[in-house]
Design a binder for this molecule. Structure first.
Ligand SMILES: *Cc1c(COP(=O)(O)O)cnc(C)c1O
Length: 423
């Protein structure tokens, strides 16, 4: 039996309708921006394996750091104990995060990083005896698949089976160009009519919505409105963090700092599942009390796993090298050129770029749903050509590993151009 055949006997895949979907491709190895399947077919990973892998597959530098940590201290419980890797990650993050971030809390994935932030926002006001229970989020947001994260997510595809079972979330429009005022007014209105605890947002780029982009000035204004009304702000940088937008964090473009930041995905360079939620001193202080009931009773077995911490430290070291920063700039310049080339194509609605993120919206004659027919046609075309891209409806985006070569990038662009002609 091939791996693919064995897979269908035992495994249940994410976001997959097993009755109608094609069988998955069995990948047996990876190097740099390339992956090979069990038949040795080569693929360019143009989405960094769901945005986690900026430094290439099977990265030696991170692997060595992991091996060294595994043979020194692989894991120890974080309740009542601490260790150097966790402290080093904290010290490193303090150097690179917005200056108001003072405390870090570890968990395992993007959803739990968000779950922690939302629980902290709600308990912050509970601890202060203030009744504030509404969370504000953007339309079409994606914050993960656990319950509070799902409640904050606006993509109905993911959440429709659970409507009515969620915490209170009110949605406001994303301040895309021309819609800023509407967004500001909606936020003010929600704050006036609800007891709002927090506002969660994907800063500057909504990833799962199809790389929807908006300006830092608009986000700054929204955060300012929240601050005037003592609503806590949560920047979900799970996708945007660690260089994707051209700066270390998307929030580095924004004049106002948030109260909390969620990190995961590229945190460990795509090696070990790990996440971090960061907080201001003020947020931490609301839980600091003689009363044990005011503590944050949240934790995960693998909290602050030392091996994950070692991977995170190695990843951040790589990100900070001059070489990696030059790679990010190179990819950005290349994307901007490609954008210029195709944005006036008769089948293109718009194209957009921020940092290493590029997206193009293709004209379609039917209403395109998230996993609609155009999406399937495009996806299969790309896979056939050996390029891994996962379109969102009629939107094709690229989020390459930063080490992707120019030749590989050109092949990705060329394949997208062919796909536009094909559909
Ligand atoms: C992927 C993602 C999450 C969820 O992360 P998981 O690790 O898949 O749980 C949350 N927020 C954003 C912005 C994401 O892109």
């Amino acid at each position: 039996m091939t791996l693919t055949e064995k897979d269908s006997q035992y495994l249940w895949h994410p976001y997959t309708q097993h009755k109608t979907s094609q069988t998955p491709i069995a990948i047996s190895r990876g190097e740099g921006a390339l992956l090979w399947d069990e038949n040795n077919k080569e693929y360019i990973d143009a989405i960094a394996s769901w945005w986690v892998n900026p430094f290439g597959h099977s990265n030696k530098f991170i692997a060595d750091a992991i091996y060294k940590q595994l043979t020194t201290l692989e894991h120890v419980l974080f309740g009542g104990f601490t260790h150097e890797p966790a402290i080093k990650v904290a010290e490193k993050l303090m150097e690179i995060l917005p200056k108001n971030q003072q405390k870090i809390f570890f968990s395992d994935n993007g959803s739990t990083a968000v779950e922690v932030a939302i629980k902290v926002a709600l308990q912050y006001f509970f601890n202060k005896n203030e009744k504030r229970t509404t969370i504000i989020a953007f339309e079409n947001a994606f914050h993960g698949d656990t319950f509070a994260a799902m409640a904050a997510s606006g993509i109905s595809f993911y959440t429709q089976a659970f409507q009515g079972m969620f915490i209170d979330v009110v949605r406001i429009p994303v301040p895309v160009k021309g819609q800023e005022q509407e967004s500001f007014e909606a936020l003010k209105n929600v704050i006036q009519t609800h007891n709002c605890a927090g506002f969660i947002f994907e800063p500057l780029v909504q990833g799962a919505a199809g790389m929807v982009m908006y300006e830092p000035e608009a986000l700054g204004k929204l955060i300012q409105i929240c601050k005037e009304n003592k609503v806590l702000t949560i920047a979900d940088e799970v996708m945007t963090g660690f260089g994707k937008t051209g700066k270390t964090f998307a929030m580095d473009y924004v004049s106002e700092d948030p109260d909390m930041i969620c990190l995961s995905k590229a945190l460990t360079g795509g090696t070990i599942p790990m996440a971090i939620t960061t907080f201001t001193q003020d947020v931490f202080d609301a839980f600091y009390d003689d009363d044990i009931n005011k503590a944050l009773f949240h934790g995960h077995t693998f909290t602050a796993n030392p091996t994950g911490c070692a991977a995170a430290l190695a990843s951040i070291d790589l990100l900070q090298t001059r070489e990696m920063q030059a790679n990010i700039e190179r990819i950005n310049r290349s994307h901007l050129q490609f954008q210029k080339k195709i944005e006036n194509h008769s089948k293109v609605i718009t194209a957009r770029t921020l940092g290493v993120i590029f997206a193009v919206e293709i004209k379609s004659y039917a209403e395109e749903s998230y996993y609609g027919s155009m999406r399937t046609k495009l996806y299969n075309f790309f896979i056939d050509k050996g390029v891994i891209l996962r379109p969102v409806g009629n939107i094709v985006y690229i989020l390459p590993p930063y080490i992707m070569t120019d030749d590989q990038l050109q092949k990705v662009y060329k394949t997208i151009e062919e796909a536009i002609e094909m559909v």
